[in-house]
Design a protein around this ligand. Structure first.
Ligand code: HAM
Length: 418
């Protein structure tokens, strides 16, 4: 018989781990809402062309990593490899620019890239992202960086560094790219075959190359920052001042170009001391809305890789709030249903096992599954009108009158779990 296993690069997130995920999601949502961002939910499946146009036809994501296929009507579709292009599409399609001058969105969900799986790199991974539309001031760049920094601080991820660079506006970028192309054309021998193709199609993408020879050659080419105009320079300086004033740990990295074509001016990535992979990345994309058929509206945002943040988070013990109901015998099971109804009304989490087992077996299961609280109910207790509440961690138990049960349980759980 065929035993099914998950596809390469995909993961199951099991209940014992889910507390960490929920904690990260909760804090990202709370912090984003604190900063005035509202949730937007966009489809996971979009037209393939949205990403080709949005992210860039010669990026690695589009050329090598998209999960793309034809639907039953022969339309070319793709699983989203990132969120920005979809949010831009939704912003234009719903004409949100007619409703408000500045729009702030956050989104969360799975993204798909057919990349080579390795530590911290999956084919289905989760991003929490934010996008702000309508603001060209560098303070918007500062705001999204501050939001990300504060959120990571709240998650107790210290030792982070923002790598930061400016790619300049469309004009600066064009000037640099033509200069870069000239340099690369004169040095084709120093480049790998893939980069030779990049020179023709999209020279800036040579900076994505992982080949050591290419990387060391690229150290000798001038940086994009030397080509940016006065306005872009001022934009960058104001942002740097903002970072200094807000004690954000950053390092200017003039080799940072990011792997997506839409960026202009500010680009950034968040690195940690522990790992050599970015836990988040983002930047400004002032031309994308217009390039995708919308009005001329600037934007900036970031996306954090939740899978890469998980290893930094201590496990949350969700079990602690769930009361394990041990119902010994038929009468106790009937009574147990009454108790469950009260719990539902009062919002107390419970878990019952309706199989016929001995008390010792129940207790073994409870301690194996790290249950903190148990209620034990047998014929004796029913006759006396009580229940037994047992704290498994401390190994202590007490009899509680049935009518005082809810109040006592709430009190105990709140006091002993905080
Ligand atoms: P990105 O740098 O491609 O940017 O992805 C953002 C983050 O997603 C990365 O820093 C990383 O933490 C995580 N990530 C990316 N690929 C994988 C993977 N294969 N496995 C696990 N985690 C991964 C974007 O996606 C842009 N849309 C960000 C943005 C929003 N720029 C402006 N607004």
């Amino acid at each position: 018989m065929e035993i099914f296993t998950k596809l390469r690069g995909m993961r199951d997130i099991l209940p014992e781990e889910i507390g960490k995920w929920k904690k990260i999601e909760k804090i990202f949502i709370e912090m984003s809402e604190l900063f005035g961002y509202r949730e937007i939910r966009v489809p996971i499946l979009e037209s393939k062309n949205l990403f080709v146009r949005g992210i860039g036809s010669s990026t690695d994501i589009v050329m090598k990593e998209m999960y793309e296929f034809k639907d039953k009507k022969g339309r070319e579709v793709a699983l989203r490899p990132e969120g920005t292009a979809s949010v831009v599409r939704a912003y234009i399609e719903n004409q949100i620019y007619n409703k408000e001058k500045i729009s702030r969105f956050y989104y969360y969900g799975p993204m798909f890239r057919y990349d080579r799986p390795q530590r911290g790199r999956y084919r289905q991974f989760y991003q929490f992202g934010v996008e702000v539309f309508g603001g060209k001031s560098p303070y918007f760049d500062g705001e999204v960086i501050l939001l990300l920094n504060e959120t990571l601080k709240k998650l107790e991820i210290i030792d982070i560094t923002f790598l930061i660079n400016s790619l300049g506006c469309k004009k600066c970028k064009e000037l640099y790219v033509s200069e870069l192309k000239n340099i690369l054309l004169k040095n084709l021998n120093s480049l790998c075959n893939e980069c030779k193709m990049r020179v023709e199609k999209n020279p800036l993408r040579v900076f994505d190359c992982k080949n050591e020879n290419c990387k060391s050659f690229l150290k000798s080419v001038p940086s994009i920052i030397d080509y940016i105009c006065e306005e872009c320079k001022t934009h960058f300086e104001i942002l740097i001042n903002f970072l200094n004033k807000n004690n954000i740990n950053y390092k200017i990295d003039n080799s940072l170009v990011r792997g997506l074509d839409y960026y202009t001016k500010t680009v950034f990535e968040v690195m940690t001391e522990r790992e050599d992979i970015a836990i988040a990345g983002g930047g400004r994309y002032d031309n994308l809305v217009n390039d995708m058929g919308g009005p001329d509206i600037p934007a900036v945002g970031f996306a954090a890789g939740i899978d890469r943040i998980i290893p930094f988070i201590k496990n949350e013990r969700e079990n602690d709030r769930i009361i394990y109901l041990i119902l010994l015998g038929e009468k106790a099971k009937v009574k147990g249903v009454e108790i469950i109804k009260k719990f539902i009304k009062e919002g107390i989490c419970f878990e019952a096992d309706y199989e016929d087992r001995k008390l010792s077996d129940y207790l073994r299961i409870a301690s194996k599954n790290k249950k903190k609280w148990c209620i034990i109910l047998g014929e004796n207790e029913i006759e006396k009108g009580v229940i037994i509440l047992k704290n498994m961690e401390k190994g202590v138990q007490e009899e509680i009158k049935e009518e005082e049960m809810i109040e006592k349980i709430k009190e105990k759980i709140n006091v002993e779990d905080t």
